[in-house]
Structure formats: structure tokens, C-alpha cells
Design a protein around this ligand. Sequence first.
Ligand SMILES: Cc1cc2nc3c(=O)[nH]c(=O)nc-3n(C[C@H](O)[C@H](O)[C@H](O)COP(=O)(O)OP(=O)(O)OC[C@H]3O[C@@H](n4cnc5c(N)ncnc54)[C@H](O)[C@@H]3O)c2cc1C
Length: 212
Amino acid sequence: GGVVGVATRDVGIGKDGKPKSTFERGVALLARQTLFAEGARGSCTESLVSKFGLRDGRSPQTYGLGIKEVWEIPDANFKSGYVQHTLGYPLQSGPFDMTFGGTFLYHQEPNLVLAGLVVGLDYKDPYLNPYREFQLWKTHPNVRSHFEGGTCISYGARVLNEGGYHSIPKLTFPGGAILGCGAGFLNAVKIKGTHTAMKSGMEAAEAAFEVL
Ligand SMILES: Cc1cc2nc3c(=O)[nH]c(=O)nc-3n(C[C@H](O)[C@H](O)[C@H](O)COP(=O)(O)OP(=O)(O)OC[C@H]3O[C@@H](n4cnc5c(N)ncnc54)[C@H](O)[C@@H]3O)c2cc1C
């Protein structure tokens, strides 16, 4: 068998499982090629990986958790193009501390600070609270000054792939392919995933065009 498209869910179902007046049947979208770009640990993607054995002979994927906030700051504190990456406080207290992770802080036009913390999801201490570590980091004297007088305007958290090249599964299966972080194209060392995701989409589109 192979993938012949995707189906959207039925909507407008009550808590009792029965259709409400707003009920609408899901739609089946049939396609000769279906490209999956669900990001890290995509649910359909993982079904495809196991159904078609796409990870056979490859290393398992590993994951980190990333927390990010966007702050609007006073113009006087804004340093256009400023980039800061850190290891150490608060995740590691010495060179042999095995907790993997670090932080990033960027200033982006017009007056934004994008800041976050990534921690490997293999941390040993069950009491480690990634959000609390992020809050602690923001109190460091060299960090807190960036937020002085500012307001947090958005925030979020998401897993990232950290397995690298050897954890990339077979990318194609009958009827389609997996793209971007769904495939694991994030380069964790370079902290780059956006352009590899876009590039994989472009390559897949070219290849699908040839087939169609
Ligand atoms: C905190 C953090 C900081 C980062 N910083 C950087 C950075 O500075 N530079 C950089 O290059 N990269 C960075 N990355 C990585 C970058 O965000 C990813 O590599 C990139 O977003 C991957 O793109 P994608 O399109 O493959 O997946 P995503 O951007 O994750 O998009 C997948 C989309 O599919 C949707 N989706 C999932 N499943 C389904 C489904 N079944 N049906 C419909 N929709 C679905 C999701 O909701 C999501 O909107 C960072 C990541 C994190 C978490």
C-alpha cells in the first residue's frame, strides 16, 4: 500500500460523541504525491516512519525542548543585530554536568528581543523544570538588562530534533515524502532548521513535479 492523500477530521461533534447542528464531515484530499511537513515528532509522520520502516538501519531521533519569548523593548535598549548564545548558567554548574542545553537571545528590528532556552530531553534530574530554568536565566545580570522596561508579547514551546544527520530516516515512501523537521533536518549545533526545512520543501517540490 501507499499514501493516497490526507483526510481532515469530522468537526461539530458534541461531548457525548454525537453530531451537533454544526456537524461537518471531514474531507478526503486525494493526491498522487503527498508531502508531510508536520515539524518535529509529527503524528502522521511517525505513523509513516513505522508503517514503511523508514528508520530501519538509522540512529534513533533524540529531542530537546525549546522555550521562546518575544519582548518589545524601549528603543534606547535596542541593539540592532545583537546575537548572544550561552552555555552554563543555569543548566550546567560545571564542565562535567551532563544536562545538555543552552540559551539564545537576539535583537530584531524594529524593537524586539527574541529569547529562549533549549534543554535536551534526556536530563537526569526528574525535578528539573525547563520553564523555571528559563526564568532563572532571565535574572542573570547580563541577561535581565535586555528586558528592562520591556513587555513580553508572545511565547511558546516546542520540541526540536537533536539527533542530527545520522538520525534522518529514509525520506520517501510510496505516494510521498517527509520534509523539514518532520524528517529531522535541524542542525542543532548551528541552531539552524528554518532554511533546511524550506530547502527540503523546494527539493521535494521539484522531485514531485518530475514524477507528476
Ligand atoms: C525555541 C526554538 C528556537 C529556534 N530557533 C531557530 C533559529 O534561530 N533558527 C533556525 O533556523 N531555526 C530555529 N528553530 C528551528 C525551527 O523552528 C525549525 O527547524 C523549523 O520551524 C522547522 O520547520 P518545519 O516547517 O519543518 O516545521 P514547523 O515550523 O514545526 O511547522 C510544522 C507545522 O505543521 C503543523 N502540523 C503538525 N501536524 C499537523 C497535522 N497533522 N495537520 C496539520 N498541521 C499540522 C504544526 O502545527 C506547525 O504549524 C528553533 C526552534 C525552536 C523550538
